[in-house]
Each structure stands twice: as C-alpha cells, then as structure tokens.
Design a protein around this ligand. Sequence first.
Ligand code: XMP
Length: 327
Amino acid sequence: TWTAANIADALIEQVREQVGEKGQAICGLSGGVDSAVAAALVQRAIGDRLTCVFVDHGLLRAGEREQVQQDFVASTGAKLITVDAVDTFLGELDGVSDPETKRKIIGREFIRSFEGAVSEVLGESAAHGEAVEFLVQGTLYPDVVESGGGTGTANIKSHHNVGGLPEDLQFSLVEPLRLLFKDEVRAVGRALGLPEEIVARQPFPGPGLAIRIVGSVNQERLTLLRQADAIAREELTAAGLDGQIWQCPVVLLADVRSVGVQGDGRTYGHPIVLRPVSSEDAMTADWTRLPYDVLERISTRITNEVPDVNRVVLDVTSKPPGTIEWE
Ligand code: XMP
C-alpha cells in the first residue's frame, strides 16, 4: 500500500542511489515546507554528507529563523549553516520602493550569500578530499510542469525561487519531490517527523516581508509588520481557520498615513491590510469570507499592540484582477 511512510522510504532509497557512496550535497533552506522536506529526505539518505544552508535575509516572519535553526535541526539531525545576511540585505534595500527592484536586489544578494556559504563547504570538503557534487531542491510536480518538464537543469521560474541558482556553480540536481503535489509533500514531511509549524506552513514568498511593505524597507517597518503578521496568524490559527485559507498576506502601507484617535489624542499612523485568500494553486484566488468576530479580534489587537498602526483594512479583491501579494 502507498502510505506516506512508504513513499518516503522509496524516495530516500532513490536519493541514496543517485548520490552514491561518497557524494556530498548542499541544500538551501527557505523556511518553507518544500525545501525542508527535500532536505529531510536527503538527510535520511546520506546523513552528514548533506549540508543545509539557511540565509537569513532579515525579511522573515516572527519565529521563522528559530523554526529552521531549532525545530528543523532537532527533528532531522541535519547539519546546518546559517548565514546572517540581515545587514547586507537591508543595506542594499535601503530607500528602494519599486517591487521588481526589491526582488532583483534580494535575488542577487541571496545568490551571493548562498555562494559564500557553498565555498565554505566546498573548502572544507575539498580539504577532506571530497567534492560537493549535488544540489538539493524542493521542486514539486507543478513546478516541473510549469517550467517545461526539463530534467537536471534549474529552470524554475525565478518568481518562485529566490534568485534561482548560482549560474557558475556546476551541480547535479537532486529533486526528490519532483513527482509530488503539495499535500503529498506535507504527508511525507509528517511521516519524517517534521514539526507541524513547518509542514503546515502556508506559502510565503521568497522575498518575504520586503514585498509586503508598500514603500521602502527598513528595520523599524519590518518590526511593525512582523508584529501585525504574528497577531493575524495567531488569531486565524486559534479560530481554526488555517485549513480554509490558502494564505493571508499582511501588508504595511508604509507611505500612507491616516488620522485616528487613540486614548486622548489624535494619531497619524499607518494602515495594515489583511489579505486572506482561498485558492487551489495561487493562479486564481478568491478573498476569504472570514467571520466578523475573528476580523474584529485581529483589528483590535493590531491597533492596540502595534505602535504607529491606527487602522486595519480588509482586501476584498479576487485574483484576477488583484494579485495575491500587493507587490
Ligand atoms: P501573486 O501575488 O502573483 O502570488 O498572486 C502568487 C503566489 O506566488 C507567491 N509569490 C512569490 N513567491 N517569490 C516567491 O517565491 C516572489 O517574488 C513571489 N511573488 C509572489 C505569492 O505569495 C502567492 O503564493
């Protein structure tokens, strides 16, 4: 019978065959479910010959770095290198408001940071007389179809894969999830013992919170948005709504201010936008009819708890015409 555990075993065996007795592999972790499950499978197959690389670009949500560094490592035993590139990314993004320019900068810096970590690993394994030959990617079946089905190359659309691959690095790709759909990947992840926070994680864009700040990105704005996002996620989960929502971007309109009144004074603060959507594949989406009491709790908590935010608005646009993200 085909259970998730059986599928996991078969995939682990395939990875073992592909990588062989001596091969070394590298896997970039994004914090998302696909790369985590791919890495967990490869770890089971080749153990410490896999090195995972996590680039912290400073654009993640609250708790996500810890999920990778602590929970992922604890549940898989994988060897992990974290690159703390927060200052570099924020420095490069300073003053940049245009969405595509943000994406380009983040993609470029991501490759740089990843390459830096790879040369470290290469240096180490070269010293041990072993070369890193394999790059693990969490490519899913829909990605394969979308990118024309080619094998062994890294032609996933850049939109869905921060920066794509370093161009001058020559690796064979290991893509253990190539034939799976998202729900199957989640089932395999659970069978491998990955924590629910990682396995059930909703889609989150590679450029992270940078494309959820309408305006330029800085530490202060990221902190506000991170707080608002954590509140929205907490309340949606507490209300048992995660299963109905594809994802719920929380967006900071950093260049907009509106007048409010709080305590005994007038405020002039920023709006936060809630963008809950229901979707099958993110190609089209409908705005999710969230219960009013849940919306009220989120709104009250965000305006009470997040400094400089005095208004919460709900996006009731489907896709098309709106995209899911605001940028
Ligand atoms: P849109 O906004 O185009 O989003 O309706 C569709 C899906 O893609 C995600 N998204 C991205 N993912 N890099 C990514 O890795 C990006 O630059 C990017 N832009 C959008 C979005 O979260 C949604 O799931």
